[in-house]
Design a protein around this ligand. Structure first.
Ligand SMILES: [Ca+2]
Length: 360
């Protein structure tokens, strides 16, 4: 049985991870031959809600994330510091809070807003770890590159990653759709290739004499909700439930709400007014499909740890950068201070960690 631990903020992730390693005298392990050390596989997922089986909800199919949770510690109330990619990640990886002038939007560069901060990756690198970043880790690939022992890997292709010709044309003409269902393999989309690269890294790094800190940034379920057809088919449209609170929160100020501009810009989305129910249902289906696609990629990483025989000396951390609204409080996207936007999963699976965090 996994344990639930409540925490109020993702801000503490950096501190918890580093302190737990220090407490176990792991940071100072000089080489992989030390019995006290272990590798770290750090998985960060874009825009991931806490609507997972391991959080007691059954709407999305995520057996691999649930697998990590079942073997470790799950944080039942973890919240991001800022509900947008760049600012949240900059705060997370520097361990520094946002202010009115620091870490203020999705486009934040950690190294510009906090030039003297030691990043999490940098700290590992300075303490005998080999550090690697694949996919979306910081919001910008060229942010805080001193964190990594080798160049940051990003798969080729446009970030919106359409595969269907009609959608590529729409994107060239202005803006593509908010979702895509293509009958393709997992590696046709970028996250599959990020994980391919990460699997090769695991094979390579498992043979070296240094521990590794491997960060893998999975972009889905970020918009647009593009995923292979087989994941869409796991969620029949007629069984998709709409949000049960699609109304303004009582007594909340106007500033609590926004016009979900991130989503409005996509083809086929109304430019103003509420989301039609059928479109809402399709978007929720797409978000779920993308989450299960992301989960399947994580499963490939977990299987590789087992195949290589390094699971027992590898700590796994999984978290999202913030949540996402699927029609709750009239809202879509993030960028608000409601629970659905600020809350995001956080879990650790570390050899021996239950002794560190949980009193049985
Ligand atoms: Ca994000």
């Amino acid at each position: 049985m996994f344990k639930y631990i409540s925490r109020r903020s993702l801000f503490i992730v950096t501190g918890i991870l580093i302190l737990s390693l220090l407490n176990a005298n792991l940071i100072f392990a000089s080489a992989k031959t030390s019995e006290k050390g272990f590798n770290v596989l750090f998985i960060i997922i874009d825009d991931l809600r806490s609507q997972l089986g391991c959080y007691g909800q059954k709407k999305m199919i995520t057996p691999n994330i649930d697998r990590i949770a079942s073997e470790g510690v799950i944080f039942s109330r973890s919240y991001c510091q800022f509900p947008a990619c760049g600012a949240s990640r900059a705060s997370l990886f520097t361990g520094i809070r946002p202010t009115k002038s620091r870490f203020v939007n999705y486009y934040t560069y950690a190294e510009k807003d906090a030039p003297n901060a030691v990043t999490l990756g940098e700290h590992f690198r300075e303490n005998v770890y080999h550090t690697v970043a694949n996919g979306k880790v910081f919001h910008h690939n060229d942010d805080s590159t001193q964190s990594w022992s080798e160049p940051h890997y990003q798969p080729d292709g446009h970030w919106r990653d359409y595969l269907l010709e009609e959608n590529i044309k729409l994107e060239k003409d202005g803006s593509g759709p908010a979702y895509e269902c293509a009958d393709v393999t997992d590696i046709a989309y970028k996250d599959g290739r990020t994980v391919d690269k990460s699997i090769e890294d695991l094979k390579r790094l498992s043979k070296t004499d240094k521990f590794f800190f491997l960060t893998v940034g999975i972009v889905k379920p970020h918009l647009p909700f593009n995923a292979p057809k087989k994941y869409w088919e796991m969620y029949p449209l007629e069984k998709i439930d709409l949000a049960d609170n699609p109304f303004l929160a009582k007594d909340a100020p106007d500033s609590a709400f926004h016009n979900w501009d991130e989503l409005r810009g996509y083809d086929g989305i109304p430019k103003k007014g509420p989301m039609p129910d059928e479109k809402a249902r399709k978007l929720i289906q797409g978000y779920y499909a993308c989450t299960t696609y992301a989960d399947a990629q994580i499963g490939r990483l977990l299987d590789t740890l087992e195949d290589l025989g390094i699971k027992d000396n590898t700590a796994i951390v999984l978290l999202g950068d913030h949540g996402w609204n699927l029609g709750e409080q009239t809202l879509w996207a993030k960028h608000c201070n409601f629970d659905t936007s600020l809350r995001t999963p956080l879990m650790f699976s570390v050899p021996g960690m239950q002794k560190l965090f949980c009193a049985q």
